[in-house]
Ligand binder design. Structure first.
Ligand code: ZN
Ligand code: ZN
Length: 195
């Protein structure tokens, strides 16, 4: 499998808006997961990601792994960690990857301090070099990889659209609430989140 790592980095930075160490962590987790699982970027739902952080990292996971909120093959568990479990549906194999922060700090020093005076373009180049430097090292230097057993989340399904009898907006059938004999959307049944 040949990954265009530079191309993916460009895409990730474009998608995320800026380059940062969190995005870099997601790149590394994604790249190594594809390699370990002998998978390629998910066109449909071949790969599933369970991200243990809702941070910059998860944007890179979406780009590298092709696992996204819209496709339903990205599940968020906001544990505030730089870790993710990634499944290859084709083989049934799943692994959990987590950064060893004490090691990575020893290897890299204080990245934020080093990037302090760089502009956006310089930052992007600087972090790209760091990424390749990390990827050259043995994985066990900075990453823990565990084989995991768990129930693989089902593939996303397509449901009918039902018309809410109050606001007449379309709603996915599984989100309709029956109230006083009427089919209602969540906003009409339980109140709106906006005014
Ligand atoms: Zn960021
Ligand atoms: Zn409604």
């Amino acid at each position: 499998m040949d990954l265009d790592i530079t191309g993916l980095w460009d895409k990730a930075v474009e998608f995320h808006g800026h380059s940062c160490p969190g995005l870099l962590s997601g790149m590394i987790i994604g790249i190594i997961a594809l390699k370990e699982l002998a998978a390629s970027r998910s066109i449909d739902e071949e790969v599933v990601t369970i991200s243990e952080g809702q941070s910059c990292m998860v944007d890179a996971l979406q780009i590298v792994l092709g696992t996204s909120l819209g496709k339903g093959n990205l599940i968020l568990k906001d544990y505030g960690k730089t870790a993710a479990t990634i499944f290859n549906r084709t083989t049934g194999k799943g692994i959990r990857l987590s950064f060893d922060f004490s090691q990575i700090r020893n290897i890299l020093g204080d990245l934020r301090e080093e990037m302090k005076n760089l502009n956006a373009d310089e930052r992007k180049e600087f972090l790209k070099k760091i990424m390749f430097k990390i990827l050259e090292r043995p994985q066990s230097d900075y990453l823990k990889i565990e084989n995991v057993q768990m129930k693989i989340p089902p593939e996303a399904q397509i449901f009918n659209t039902i018309i809410c009898e109050n606001c007449h907006e379309g709603v996915m059938a599984t989100r309709v609430i029956k109230k006083d004999g009427k089919n209602l959307c969540i906003s009409c049944a339980q109140g709106k989140y906006w005014q």
